[in-house]
Design a protein around this ligand. Structure first.
Ligand code: CO
Length: 209
């Protein structure tokens, strides 16, 4: 498909949306008020808005390879801070996906170039869970379980941020969720690791605000 075709398709899309919802673009041009922050993988098969049926304006989105939340990643941290402190989103969703290429590379001894540095934290996570993963029958099952473990870890990292703990300390409603998407069936599974307050945070991770 030529690059011009994409611009043509955009014109068609804008026309269609304007017909279906005449007020949408005018409303969005004044403000955004999303209730959800989506942290997902860059994978082209996991388009955030589409898979939860949401319109422009409804999701604040951050995506990177393997949906990682890192304390030293100013990009991700800036997105979280703006979403929580300014937009006051009520939910943060970390949505991973089965068969994630980033997680797969981290589980192998292959050279992925610069991505190796990015994926290093998954390697450490894999190493920590190797015992549990060894009991699974095959590599595909191990990869998919590891994709779940990775999401759970990112939820924990979010809970440990000053941004999230500060919001909870001032009683701002904020829930964090861990989900995983099936590329082969389009269905999201809730990993049931949601958090909505300061309870059960290990002492060394409690932020003294
Ligand atoms: Co991925």
């Amino acid at each position: 498909m030529s690059i011009e075709k994409l611009l043509c398709m955009n014109k068609e899309w804008a026309k269609k949306v304007a017909l279906e919802q005449p007020e949408l673009f005018a409303t969005l041009s004044k403000q955004q008020a999303p209730k959800y922050l989506w942290i997902g993988c860059s994978d082209s098969r996991v388009p955030a808005n589409e898979i939860v049926g949401m319109l422009p304006g409804e999701l604040f989105v951050h995506r990177n390879v393997a949906n990682l939340v890192k304390h030293v990643d100013f990009n991700c941290q800036a997105v979280i801070q703006y979403a929580v402190d300014v937009l006051k989103v009520e939910h943060i969703i970390v949505c991973g996906h089965y068969g994630c290429g980033g997680v797969k590379v981290a589980m192998e001894n292959t050279n992925a170039g610069i991505s190796d540095y990015w994926l290093r934290s998954i390697k450490d996570l894999f190493s920590r869970h190797r015992g549990e993963l060894k009991n699974l029958d095959n590599q595909e099952l191990r990869l998919n379980r590891m994709c779940e473990i990775n999401v759970v870890e990112q939820v924990a990292t979010l809970v440990h941020t000053k941004i999230v703990q500060s919001a909870w300390q001032r009683n701002q409603p904020l829930e964090i969720h861990g989900w995983i998407y099936g590329i082969d069936n389009g269905v999201i599974k809730n990993l049931n690791v949601s958090r909505n307050g300061l309870e059960d945070i290990e002492d060394i991770y409690q932020v003294d605000i």
